[in-house]
Write a protein that binds this ligand. Structure first.
Ligand SMILES: [Zn+2]
Length: 408
């Protein structure tokens, strides 16, 4: 009994599985499904490869800007090295001048000593002469008489008078010579002092040059630091941007995969799926036509590097209507930190439209929408710098230009 019951159970289980997997009469559909899923996988691989290429392009942009910034930094470093070499020259010039000034000061001190000595000699001679002149004045007549009377002969008298005269003349001559010597030394000392003044001025000039060069080096070093932080900031900002886009794409790719799976199931059940008839899209922001950022490679407004923009941005005030570009089925009406409030519509044949940064969503997942139907309102939710509609179009798992479907 027990054995028989388990056999029945196995048969029932087989029947259930057979129904679930569409075995039996629908084997041809299963075959189509398999080739469909292969095609889908191939397309997903293609999309992933394209996305990878896109990311690599972004990466080479980053490498280029980093290279440029590093070149500027290196150029500046080289310039600072040159400035440092100039500074070393200037410092050795200052040392040289300091030595020359010290030598000059020693020479001045030496000359001063010589001048003092000369002035002392001059003063002594003057004092001695004064004493002799005073003596001769005081004793003049007596002295002369005494000298004359003490003479042994007339020739002696003449000799003695001559001697007195010679003595006073010698005194004067000596005094004149000593005074001249002092004057010469004084002049020499003055000349040395002038030379020292010139050296002092030269030194002051070079010291000022040193100060301005040091200030310049300080400034350049600050610039180098700024360049370095710029390199770091840029790297961080670009990395963040790339991660953000990668995260968006991951969400969208997952949605596309889910839709594909659902469609495969519908096909298996012989249900109908949406197909795109090739018609032109309706403008997704009916009241505003200004494109604030184009599709494709463009200078990123805040990163300052060329980045791929996967849709078009339509600048419109918050609350302006957003309408479905074409007939389709809503596959996502959701919120995401990056896309904000967003809607994704399936138009069939692997063609999707995406509407980001809305302030309000009017349709839900699974709803069928018609071309031109109001589906949301413009806003600035998610990663957005101001109210705008980011409108993206995906075909076979990759972003394509919305202009392929819109009439300008
Ligand atoms: Zn955008």
């Amino acid at each position: 009994m027990k054995h028989k019951k388990s056999v029945i159970c196995a048969v029932v289980a087989f029947l259930v599985l057979a129904t679930v997997f569409g075995m039996g009469s629908s084997t041809t559909v299963a075959k189509e499904l398999t080739s469909d899923s292969i095609k889908e996988k191939e397309e997903q691989i293609k999309a992933a490869e394209e996305e990878k290429k896109e990311l690599q392009n972004g990466l080479s942009d980053l490498k280029q800007i980093k290279k440029d910034l590093e070149k500027s930094k290196n150029d500046l470093s080289k310039y600072v090295e040159e400035l440092d070499a100039n500074l070393a020259d200037i410092e050795s010039k200052i040392e040289e001048l300091k030595q020359l000034i010290a030598d000059k000061e020693a020479e001045i001190a030496d000359t001063e000593k010589k001048l003092e000595e000369a002035q002392r000699i001059e003063q002594e001679q003057y004092e001695a002469m004064k004493v002799r002149i005073k003596f001769m004045y005081e004793k003049s007549d007596d002295f002369y008489l005494e000298t004359i009377f003490s003479a042994k002969s007339f020739g002696d008298i003449l000799n003695k008078a001559d001697y007195i005269e010679q003595l006073s003349a010698y005194d004067r001559e000596m005094l004149d010579q000593y005074a001249l010597n002092s004057q010469m030394i004084q002049l020499y000392k003055e000349e040395l002092e002038t030379e020292k003044e010139i050296l002092d001025e030269a030194k002051a000039g070079v010291v000022a040059e040193q100060a301005s060069l040091q200030a310049l080096i300080g400034e350049k070093e600050q610039q180098i630091t700024a360049y370095q932080s710029d390199i770091n900031n840029k790297e961080a900002a670009i990395k963040e941007y790339e991660e953000d886009i990668a995260a968006q794409t991951a969400v969208i790719t997952a949605l596309e995969k889910a839709v594909a799976e659902e469609k495969a199931k519908l096909l298996a059940e012989n249900g109908s799926v949406i197909t795109y008839d090739g018609g032109v899209f309706a403008w997704p922001a009916p009241s505003y036509t200004r494109v604030s950022s184009e599709y494709g490679n463009r200078m990123h407004p805040t990163l300052g590097v060329v980045k791929f923009h996967n849709g078009i941005d339509l600048a419109a005030p918050s609350g302006s209507p957003i309408s479905a570009a074409y007939d389709g089925k809503v596959v996502a009406s959701d919120y995401n930190a990056s896309m904000g409030k967003y809607i994704m519509i399936d138009h069939g044949n692997d063609l999707y439209t995406i509407y980001m940064h809305a302030s309000a969503l009017y349709v839900s997942k699974g709803e069928t929408v018609a071309k031109g139907q109001e589906i949301a309102a413009v806003g600035s939710t998610g990663r957005s710098t101001g109210p705008h509609l980011h409108f993206g179009v995906r075909l076979n798992g990759s972003y394509v230009s919305p202009w392929n479907y819109l009439s300008k």
